[in-house]
Design a protein around this ligand. Sequence first.
Ligand SMILES: [Zn+2]
Length: 271
Amino acid sequence: MPELPEVEVTRLSFADRIAGAKVLAMRMGKPLRWPLGVEPVALVGRLITGVRRRGKYLLIDLDTGLLLVHLGMSGSLNFALTQDLPGPHDHMDLETTQGLLRLHDPRRFGAVVWARSEQSPQAQKLLGHLGVEPLGDDFEVQAFRAALKGKQAAIKQVLLAGQVVVGVGNIYASEALFLSGIRPTVKAAKLSAPRVAKLHAAIRDVLARAVAKGGSSLRDFVSAEGKNGYFQLEAAVYGRTGQPCRTCATPIKHFMQGQRSTFFCPVCQKY
Ligand SMILES: [Zn+2]
């Protein structure tokens, strides 16, 4: 599943090249998770002013309105001057004066949704509940601590829920908790101020490193430039059940937490 770093890598790979382009045509394939919400022909002639990211949504800004794109479980975007005819799993072609943006999504959990503005109900339905951006300036350690103080659930569950901070998926939550020495099952509200500061730094560090390395989670992840970006992040705990901890050599433990795999070192993660 593409996680925040893959989505950011995708954004970086085509945002500059598509900015300033005009929409020449739009073709939608089979139904995706949600309908587009407008006739594709209505977008012809629109100017693409930029591409932003909010959580795992890409926001393609138009001179009127915007497109929200989600990659779902298996989606990838490819932007190129010329493309082959669309295949059975290509469900959006946005033809512009600067190239063709194509969504390839075999499992069709992805979505392309048009909204009048970011504040409109169509957009807020998807974006309204999202927590702060972990790589943005709003992710601030005092506010993070205050938000965790109100949460009685296990810290890993709170991170995955995305309401405090958005886009910290299973791999990155597991790795950040290892880096900050925190047991995944500890109540979020119980973490000390220094421990929260360590976790805050670890979340930023693990996500920034993944973006720098081109994303890490989807085995067949391909950025919109066509570069492979899979599993380049050397995991400390994720997927390493029974293997020695890279710090203390204790075998890494695994258990199911809220139907998700959790990996941790019982010695290094005591808090
Ligand atoms: Zn260890």
